[in-house]
Ligand binder design. Structure first.
Ligand code: ADP
Ligand code: MG
Ligand code: ZN
Length: 477
């Protein structure tokens, strides 16, 4: 069996979170009744004139600045001609030879090493509508609410070599666009989706093999599985002495396979030409300088700062910076208590609860607030409850959103730190275990943990361990 190297390049579509569409003032809100956010422009009626949404240009430039691109002060919209029912004009307005940004790169962390993935271009375009193929009726519907929503397409160099690298690159890009605030990050709604181009070549070769393109994948897990599947599929073909056909394929997440959608022979000749209805997009250099200066703290810098705050290794706290909302949650909790302990609760029990309840790792989906996490850290620090009890009640606090102090009082789970009450328990344990007391006094000091354990049992784990030790020392020695 020959040794192959996988070569992967991605085209990522990012929906820009503007209030209105790219060329008209219709709303971009998701989930409205079909065909309610539409007008003559996004319905592609003849004779209408598109006018550019400047906010979309601003957002596209921000993505370029954050990915080390050259932002072109002048770019040109071009018509990409093809027929599809969800594209009423018969052409998409995109950018071709003069995109808004180009020649960038992203640095990603792969197993502790930094790797650079080149970005060829970033262009602006309008999204299509949606075809809805009704399940039990022999009919298809078209919803044009999404038609005209602004997108940027970020096209990478074929610089990735494995499914794992693809996922890291995508997550890096995802965190950047959500930090910039230009994308809402709702992958289930299609706000961030990609096409993966995959080819194989003999290990050590420098030419590119024939690629297939896996269309429209909208979860990290599906990208990983689709690319893994495709690498194996191509390897089998090459091992069998056949050649890979250049084609577009679809990934079926239910069956975990890819299947052919259209071949390159049927591939579109889009007949791009500059859109005569739109002037070139101009960006004022002063605006660009202002945007550059106003870039927010990006995930990489935030990670470095969180590392300093917590003293924890990057690999452990990476999850905290993946989404701006998670990072903000952590930052809030950390400001009100001990940062390192907050981080540990988040990467331990909190993630566990998310997985247990099948909830996204996104504070927008949690009822627990950062104030509650900070309070939990503080009640453990001040000895109101033990770390063990905190772990035991974490699931409850996560599910019901209660504030820890109130929850502890209501449920009578505070730690016993009152020496009078504890003294009684300690005296009882000493009285009940004369043989062990004698052995301890005879030099078997290891027995001290036995006494602590007995007191803990008697108090159902609520005794303050430091205080128990202190009392035992006083009474036994
Ligand atoms: P198209 O519209 O035909 O898909 P694009 O230039 O928009 O072409 O995108 C091409 C994408 O495919 C880029 O991300 C590029 O890195 C990637 N690519 C090109 N050739 C190969 C190849 N042989 N193997 C893997 N990826 C490739
Ligand atoms: Mg493509
Ligand atoms: Zn419209």
């Amino acid at each position: 069996m020959a040794q192959y190297e996988a070569v992967i390049g991605l085209e990522v579509h990012v929906q820009l979170d503007t209030v209105s569409k790219l060329f008209c003032s219709c709303s971009t809100v998701f989930g409205c009744p079909p065909n309610t956010n539409v007008c003559e422009v996004c319905l592609g009626m003849p004779g209408v004139l598109p006018s550019i949404n400047r906010e979309a240009v601003h957002y596209a430039a921000l993505v370029g600045l954050a990915t080390n691109c050259t932002v072109n002060l002048r770019s040109v919209f071009a018509r990409k001609n093809y027929f599809y029912p969800d594209l009423p004009a018969g052409y998409q307005i995109s950018q071709y030879d003069l995109p808004v940004c180009e020649h960038g790169f992203l640095r990603i962390q792969v197993a502790g090493n930094e790797k650079t993935v080149g970005i060829i271009r970033i262009h602006l375009e309008n999204d299509t509508g949606k075809n809805i193929h009704a399940q039990n009726e022999n009919v298809s519907y078209v919803d044009l609410n999404r038609a005209g929503t602004p997108l940027v397409e970020i096209v990478s160099e074929p610089d990735m070599r494995s499914a794992a690298e693809v996922v890291i690159y995508l997550k890096t890009l995802y965190s950047i666009v959500t930090y910039l605030g230009v994308c809402d990050g709702n992958m289930e709604e299609g706000s961030f989706r990609c096409d993966a181009n995959v080819s194989l070549r003999p290990m050590g070769a420098t030419f590119l093999g024939t690629r297939t393109e896996l269309k429209n994948i909208n979860s990290f897990r599906n990208v990983q599985r689709a690319v893994e599947y495709e690498i194996v599929r191509q390897q089998d073909i090459l091992d069998g002495g056949d050649i890979v056909k250049q084609e577009t394929r679809l990934y079926d997440a239910v069956k975990n396979v890819t299947h052919a959608m259209r071949s390159k022979e049927e591939a579109h000749d889009y007949r791009y030409f500059p859109d005569p209805n739109l002037l070139p997009v101009e960006i004022n250099p002063d605006d660009l300088a202002t945007w550059r200066a106003g870039l927010p703290e990006l995930p990489k810098e935030r990670l470095a700062r969180f590392k300093d705050m917590t003293g924890l290794p990057e690999a452990d706290i990476e999850i905290l910076v993946q989404h701006a909302r998670i990072a903000d949650f952590f930052e809030k909790a950390a400001a009100m208590s001990d940062p390192r302990k907050c981080a540990n609760y988040m990467i331990g029990p909190l993630l566990r609860e998310c997985h247990a309840h099948n909830l996204p790792v996104d504070p927008a989906c949690w009822v627990m607030k950062p104030e509650a996490l900070a309070e939990l850290v503080r009640v453990v620090d001040s000895g109101v409850i033990s770390a063990k009890i905190a772990n035991d009640i974490f699931g409850e606090l996560f599910s019901n959103g209660a504030m820890p102090e109130a929850y502890i009082t209501e449920n009578g789970i505070g730690q016993i730190s009152d020496s009078g009450a504890l003294e009684e328990a300690v005296d009882a344990v000493i009285a009940e275990n004369p043989a062990e007391v004698a052995a301890f006094r005879g030099g078997k000091t290891k027995l001290s943990s036995f006494f602590v354990g007995q007191v803990m049992r008697a108090t159902k784990g609520k005794a303050n361990p430091a205080l128990v030790n202190e009392l035992l020392n006083k009474k036994l020695c």
